[in-house]
Design a protein around this ligand. Structure first.
Ligand code: HEC
Length: 151
């Protein structure tokens, strides 16, 4: 093989490896973000649950602290809610992109609360109450999650 062909071969290998790496990232996609995660029988009740914590600059700031701190949300959902936290690479389906405006509109605070409390079975979203946070803290974090919505 002459040098030119050897260089071509090397180039193909590099592109091939990059391609494999790329598809690995693409496989870990979100699964139907708009499909409710609360089971049918509990959905109506969950949707009706009102957030008992009032939204204010103070509770939003507290929620941010909990999201990034003991709530551990940022580890999977990422600091800006893009679904790109350090643990997200190993998760299939990948964590919800919390900035998704369509998804935000489709979910009530009660539905989000249900998932934080019960998890989304078969995914990396595990129940975080009471292991990491209590119920009031979850409702507080939801006020912060609302501020992540993209326009
Ligand atoms: C270990 C990783 C991990 C952590 C920690 C985590 N999540 Fe998630 N989260 C996920 C994954 C994965 C999904 C997608 C589940 C699915 O598609 O059903 C998800 C989904 C969600 C959803 C979407 C539910 C819906 O109805 O669409 C919300 C809301 C959410 N997480 C909030 C949080 C909050 C708030 C925290 C912190 C208190 C948190 N998550 C911590 C991995 C995580």
């Amino acid at each position: 093989m002459n040098i030119k062909n050897a260089q071509k071969l090397r180039m193909c290998c590099v592109i091939g490896v990059l391609g494999l790496f790329g598809s690995e990232i693409v496989i870990a996609a979100e699964r139907d973000p708009l499909k409710p995660r609360v089971p049918d029988g509990e959905l109506a009740a969950a949707q009706k649950m009102a957030n008992p914590v009032a939204s204010s600059p103070d509770t939003i700031a507290k929620g941010k602290g909990l999201y990034e701190g003991k709530g551990t949300c940022t580890k999977c959902h990422g600091p800006k809610g893009m679904g790109d936290g350090p643990l997200s690479k190993n998760l299939k389906p990948s964590p919800r992109t919390l900035t998704n405006a369509e998804w935000q509109k489709a979910r009530t605070d009660g539905e989000m609360f249900w998932v934080i409390k019960n998890g989304s079975p078969g995914t990396g979203m595990v129940t975080l109450i009471p292991s990491d946070i209590n119920e009031e803290e979850a409702w507080t974090i939801i006020h912060y999650v609302r501020t992540l919505k993209a326009n």
